[in-house]
Structures are given as structure tokens and as C-alpha cells.
Design a protein around this ligand. Sequence first.
Ligand code: PEP
Ligand code: MG
Length: 324
Amino acid sequence: RIAEYATLRDLPAVTRDGTPIKIMLNAGLLIDLPHLHATGADGVGLYRTEIPFMVRASYPDVATQLETYSKVLDEAKGKPVVFRTLDVGGDKTLPYFPELGEENPALGWRAIRIGLDRPAMLRKQLRAMLMAAGGRELRVMFPMVAEVAELDRARKVLDLELARLARQGHKAPASLQVGVMMEVPSLLFQLDALLPRIDFMSVGSNDMLQYLFASDRGNPMMNNRYDLLSPAMLRVLKLLVEKCGAAGVNLSLCGEMASRPLDAMALLGVGLRTISLSAPAFFDVKNMLRHLDLRELSGFLDRLYDCADHSVRPRLRDFARDRG
Ligand code: PEP
Ligand code: MG
């Protein structure tokens, strides 16, 4: 298996019918970074900044954050890294953050909502990212954006920090790309306003499943009740592929869905060309796509957008099995 993977690492991530695919990795700790080179992945599609926050005993200051983000960029050795701003609240808590006792934490004070209400926190985090990326490429992604106005406010904070950096004579990033997580369905109905404002978008399928189907992602009773391989989700993805494609916005998906080869196959069939997954899934997914006839799959998928039962997954499984 190891030898097989070593070969696979150096083979191009291209479908059998010739479409190149970008496979990126999800990361959160520095120990995740060596996987980038061991796998030959295209970059880090989701760097969860809350992970280093979660394993600490106190809130990290700017210098500590700067050190972390610099190391991440150093370790990436020029491959792109998407830094997601702090996504705490909901299922992710910080030991030194107040217990809020919310009745519905998943629908509560979390992610960018906290950042906008506590702008000093967001400013410090963005400052650390901008400083770490001085003279290098920086990609910043905001989590749980539900309204375009939230993105505008976050962007303003970013611009303030950029100006501050320039005033103090720090080197600016060589380039700056701004994106959002697509994980709150309200954003699907604001695409015309949203897309001209962003460079990239990454679908958070874990939260999108939760909010699209009103189904708690952490509740075992809800496990397997709804399926991402369903007409509703496939249509969401198809809409995003079309709209992002037309607007020139890079679309990716970084939820756990991308780490399951059958689900990843469906994502490519719907039209995604970039996915971000966990390192252990890398070679299985790469191997899958190298055997995939994308044109045949899109034709097959066209017949599944109106399935009224749970047959999308078994039908895709049959499709994959029949083709080895
Ligand atoms: C997601 O929601 O799919 C996602 C990638 O973000 P997280 O799992 O960190 O909420
Ligand atoms: Mg999420």
C-alpha cells in the first residue's frame, strides 16, 4: 500500500477523461503540515485556526498567533493556505471562554458573529495573519457568514488592519484573497450580491447539512437520517458551480464529505474542481478520481436530481462498482 501511495503521490490528479482536479488538505495543528508534502496535495484548503486556540490554556496574544501562522506558511513552502478566522461556539468551545448556556448553541453566538461583536479579537487575529504573510500570499476565509452585510463588516476590519500595517511600515502580503464558508443556507439567496465581493468560496458541508435539513450534526439520533448525497444538496452544489463559475469565483468544498471517495466522486460529477479533505483520505480520493470518467458521471447524475427517496447513494455506489 505504501509503495502504491508513493507512486500515486507523483501521478497527476487528473480524471480518466482528462480534467485536472485540485486536492487540498484540511489542517489545524502544525503537525498536520508535513502531510502536505507527503501527499503532494495542492495546498491547505482549510486551516482551522480555532484548533490551536482550543488546545491552549489561555487566549493567545497577537505575538503567539503570529508565530503560529508564520510557521504554517513556512511549512507550506509556497503552497497556498486558506486561513479561516476563529470558528468557535456551537460544537467548538474554548476552555477559557465563558459558558454561555445557550439553548441552541449551533444557532447561537458563534464564529464570525463573535468576531463582529468582539472586533478586537477579530482585528488581532487578522493582524497576526497579515503580519505572518508579509511579502507572501494570504487567503482569509470567514466562517458562518449568513448575510452579505456580515462579510462587508469583516472586510472592513481587514482593511483597517491592512492600513494599520502600512502605517507602521510592515510589509503587506504579496497578494490577498478573501473568501467565505458557504454553510448557512441564507447565503444561497444572496449570491448575486455576494459573488462580486469575494475571490473564493468553500462549502462547509458539515454545517450545510445541519442547517439545510435542520438536523443537529452532533446528535447521534440524527446520524444517517439525511444524506448529503440527496437532491437538495446536489442542487445546492450545482447552483454554486454555475454561479461561481459565471462570476469567476473559485469554488471548493472542505467538509468531511470530500474525504469520502463516493461523496467526493459526486462532488466532481456535479462540477467541483477543487476539494479539501483530511490527509488520511487523500490517496483513496486521488485514486478514485484517476479512474473516473467525469463526462459519463455527469450524465448519470443528471437523472438523480429528482429522486424522491434515498436512492442517490446506492445508485452512485452501483455506478462506481460497475466501473471498478
Ligand atoms: C463544515 O462545516 O463543513 C466545516 C468544514 O467547518 P467545521 O466542520 O469546522 O464547522
Ligand atoms: Mg462549519
